[in-house]
Design a binder for this molecule. Structure first.
Ligand code: FAD
Ligand code: MG
Length: 339
């Protein structure tokens, strides 16, 4: 009889499939789209709950209420809409996030710049999809110059209590460089609150969270994409427990015109895609925000200055040069291998 109920229970769990989410015994496996990218969830639990809906709800709320400059409902869009006016009130979470962006911006000599909104728009980065863009036009020089003049940490005011933000007229926030990392931090906080969850791997585009442990007790393996052949990996990180891994690369969103690759990571000092001799940067950290913010900043800075910055923040890093050379911190080397 007991066996009958166990079988019936499993059957009911399968019936409760939601969207493309899938519940097996103790495993939530789900693929979806949010923040303009693909989300993959694998969550192991001792209960048989399907966690996909709650995690996706959390990501959508983060996108729509805080980060998206495309959704009129978000705090980022609200701040942008009020550029040039008095400071506007923001939530504690959003204020804290902007404070952290400004700090990394300062410490990276402006390599991370979340006020690049107008420059990002001029390059029409949303339309860059990895290859040929039929109607791609280089931005007009003078338009780029004036867009660039609207960027920089000095164009944003954050109150000491981090509860009010002002932007200079014509300045616009763009949180594309940090959004996925923040998403990992929020998901990790959610996972920690759930008694039944023992382990998870969450990927939000190029950012991955490993959490807890695998059911069979083996380590997590996270493949690092080969920037010269994105169908392949350069190797794997072998990780025990909770970590965040973010990669920024010139192969994610780009267009090639007249033999030149124009990609989506902008050097705020020039307004053009960064030419720092790198094809990708991967940052390993316990902190999702830092992994994402630093992967972008280090890509702009190049391997030498990037290595210094990543080390200052206590993060491990891998740099892949445009020549295909791999440079990494000692800690990264110890965790990285071909299997
Ligand atoms: P990263 O290196 O982490 O970030 C690069 C991005 O940051 C660029 O695309 C640009 O937006 C910005 N950036 C470039 N240079 C710098 C710099 N020096 N300093 C600071 N920022 C810089 N894309 C869509 O096409 N459609 C959508 O609807 C959409 N919605 C999104 C909603 C949210 C909340 C977020 C966070 C992103 C969204 N995106 C959308 C963007 C998309 O997912 C980007 O590809 C992504 O943000 C870039 O991440 P990355 O890890 O590849 O690169
Ligand atoms: Mg980033």
């Amino acid at each position: 009889m007991k066996k009958f109920f166990a079988v019936l229970f499993s059957f009911l769990m399968i019936l409760s499939l939601n969207g493309c989410g899938k519940v097996q015994l103790g495993l939530t496996s789900h693929t979806d789209v949010a923040m303009g990218t693909v989300i993959n969830l694998k969550i192991y639990s001792t209960d048989n709950k399907n966690y996909a809906e709650e995690v996706m709800g959390l990501l959508r709320e983060l996108e729509e209420k805080e980060l998206s400059v495309r959704a009129g409902s978000s705090e980022a869009a609200y701040v942008n809409a009020n550029a040039g006016s008095d400071a506007v009130p923001v939530s504690a979470q959003f204020g804290e996030l902007i404070g952290r962006c400004l700090e990394v911006g300062d410490r990276s000599d402006g390599a991370l710049d979340v006020t690049l909104g107008n420059v990002v728009k001029l390059w029409n980065i949303d339309s860059l999809a990895g290859g040929e863009a039929v109607d791609f036009q280089l931005p007009d020089e003078s338009a780029l110059e004036s867009a660039l003049a609207s960027c920089g940490n000095d164009k944003i005011g954050l109150s000491e209590e981090r509860d009010q933000i002002s932007l200079r007229a014509d300045t616009a926030l763009d949180l594309g460089a940090v959004g996925k990392g923040i998403a990992l931090d929020r998901v990790r906080a959610y996972l920690q609150e759930q008694d039944g969850i023992t382990g998870a791997v969450i990927s939000v585009g190029g950012s991955v969270l490993t959490y807890g442990s695998k059911p069979d007790g083996t380590d997590w393996k996270v493949g690092i994409t080969d920037p010269f052949d994105t169908g392949k990996v350069l190797g794997y990180l072998t990780l025990a427990g909770t970590h965040c891994i973010s990669t920024s690369g010139d192969y994610e969103r780009y267009v090639e015109k007249d033999g030149v690759r124009y990609h989506h990571i902008i050097d705020p000092h020039t307004g053009y895609p960064a030419r720092s001799g790198l094809s990708s940067v991967t940052i390993l950290s316990e902190d999702g925000f830092l992994s994402d913010a630093l992967s972008t900043a280090c890509f702009v800075l190049g391997s030498e200055r990037g290595l210094t910055l990543a080390t200052e923040y206590g993060c491990e890093a891998l740099f892949v040069t445009t020549e295909g050379e791999l440079l990494m911190t000692e800690g990264f080397r110890q965790l990285f291998g071909s299997k």
